[in-house]
Ligand binder design. Sequence first.
Ligand code: NZQ
Ligand code: ZN
Length: 383
Amino acid sequence: MDKFTYQNPTSIHFGQGQIAAITTAIPKDKKVLVIYGGGSIKQNGVYEQVANALEGFNWGEFSGVEPNPQYDTLMQAVELVKTEGYDYLLAVGGGSVVDGTKFVAAAACYQGEDPWHILLKQEPVTHVIPLGCVLTLPATGSESNGGSVVSRGKDKLFFGSPLVRPAFAVLDPQTTLSLSPRQVANGVVDAFVHTMEQYLTYPVNAKVQDRFAEGLLHTLVEEGPKALATPDDLAVRANIMWSATQALNGLIGVGVPQDWTTHMIGHELTGNYGIDHARTLSIVLPAVMKVRRKEKEAKLLQFGERIFGITSGTTDERINAAIEHTIAFFKQMGVPTSLADVELNEKDIDVILASLERHGMVALGEHQDITLPISREILNTAL
Ligand code: NZQ
Ligand code: ZN
């Protein structure tokens, strides 16, 4: 295991009724901008609970943050923050709203030439407006990590800073009951793939990280289908919500190699074709498992044995079975598992490769050896 320093200062308020905790989580003297998306929070009672919790605060709102949040929209929020003097941001929604709010927090304090450079040139973030969040879609882990993904045209880019990690996150599973089956499935699959990207590499004798990751994978494989079959089951939602947070709050990734190839290729699929984030991952991950079966052999065998109970057969047979079980799980969740499932073909692979090259994604994976030709092989395998 590699050396590491770990700190996750996000306070978590978990459980039913916890939106009320906002009242004490935000300092009373702050002028709060509530940032949300297309309006789901107005239909499921979340907006009302937030408004009640903010009674007595000086607060305003900004709505319309899209799924895969758009730079131009977020810059409107930045303007509002500057002109109205907001000094606290409260994101209320899914990963897109939380990510978008993180960018607003950084861009509103940015002193350089062009705030897009925070993403394009990875200019360091030195000052931010403090933020908290109420999460309504368990998936991204954005509620307690320092990452954010913002889109501008076909460019979907990432930036990260410990400064944009939310000060607090409210996780009330009740708020997830209004999600469509598609978004429920997307969330489970995203959390599953986050876990895999930090687990399916090569062994470094990190027993705690491995077994935490396997605990999350088990829970998601068990509870994901239940969330679709019995959508009113709050206990199922609670387990999924906590799994998704843990999958990408940094804990399982400390001291271990990480991959992220699936995500980087997936972002280009979303950028170019608008495919939901999680649905790009369910297309790409099985192909990564197939193409990298040698490099990932030991962990593929461990994954197959510990998650799906695959203990017999040759190495090749066991790896094939592990990949087949993963695909079967994705199919059970109703997400696509090939490019053909989303009506893409060979011609589209050139488009995706050009985007990877433009974004400098030419040395991916735990060994930084997934070059463009290997990404092409992965995409060909995903056809
Ligand atoms: O906009 P509203 O009206 O709120 O509707 C949203 C949106 O249409 C809806 N929704 C959210 N909560 C709901 C609800 N509908 C009914 N009831 C609720 N309780 O769901 C739709 C999708 O929301 P979105 O926030 O886009 O989904 P998700 O949470 O999956 O976030 C995806 C974004 O996060 C990025 C992705 O790339 C993508 O842009 N990611 C962020 C990461 C991070 N910060 O660490 C890591 C991830 O790998 C990912 O890349
Ligand atoms: Zn993801």
